[in-house]
Write a protein that binds this ligand. Sequence first.
Ligand code: HEM
Length: 346
Amino acid sequence: MLRPCVSPPEPQSVLGAPTTSALFLVFIATPGSEDEISDFLGDAGGLKRSVGFRVPEARLTCVVGIGAALWDRLAAGPRPAGLHPFRQLAGPRHTAVSTPGDLLIHIRADRFDLCFELAQLITDRLRGHATVVDEVHGFRSFDERDVLGFVDGTENPEGDAAVESVLIGDEDPTFAGGSYVIVQKYVHDLHAWNALSTEEQELVIGRTKLNDIEMPDEDKPPNSHLALNVITGPDGEQQQVVRFNMPFGRVGADEYGTYYIAYARTSALIELMLNNMFIGDPPGTTDRILDFSTAVTGGLFFVPPLEMLETPGFASAGAESAPAEAAAERPDASDGSLGIGSLRDV
Ligand code: HEM
């Protein structure tokens, strides 16, 4: 029997080759601004086209992610299965903090001026309706190295494998074509890091520094970054996410950082990696990279496919019926964060 041809939902521009610039904005939504934010979501693509169309070679893209609490305020229907407030992980030595965030804007291009122009237009558009609580200007360092000096992103899946890794499929059909994204802003103790020899640094990461070759498994310490982040599924296949980390910093302030951003088809996979890093695998064997890197933010967002994002009026009908779970799981304000991740009951 012939079936009607239904094309799969078109995703946002989640995938792509690394760019030379990126700008990350995290917003908190103002109570009562659901309709305006919903209108913005419908227009985000148009704003991006206004800036990017004139300079196609700069490959400007903009991905919009929505946090759990805002989702509940905007959407009429259920939440995507893997969307919840980012869960703080307090390990024996290090903590993955959870910080407030309703909207994530991930802007990328090969020209920083375009990223800046679009960030300005978006922020102007949301003025009075959403407030920027975190802003990071990322740059590509030479050789795709992070500020620790290691090539970062080498083992990202490519082509079909990348699509398979990041886009939701039949397992959650309502949200097919969507994706999950986790962001964390890390600041590094570069003085302590640079006091290590190159050989010691390579044992932290699990790859060689100069030519970026993976160490043989038998030489990789169990607390190395790679040993804890290579996850194998029941079928023996490696389960992958796609990372677009960017270095950032201010030399005068002695601030050197990595903005970690990973897209995946399931938030649970990124959370498992975080668990391995912060709690340890086995528990107590935490990621050595954390002895030199502190996570100062943490957020989880759902990236709706384009049509869902652009649906007029995205619908604020869910505002009254949000699950109590959202409130229960909200980032803990007692950790010194602003504690305004959800404003529904503020
Ligand atoms: C301080 C922040 C971080 C830095 C500087 C960093 C750096 C690196 C570097 C240099 C590599 C090796 C090259 C590559 O394949 O990309 C790598 C690999 C990887 N990292 Fe990170 N990373 C950071 C945080 C994280 C976090 C928070 C996660 C997961 C939650 C993560 C997951 C991975 C994965 C999955 C790989 C690839 C492993 C493989 O397939 O070989 N990273 N990272």
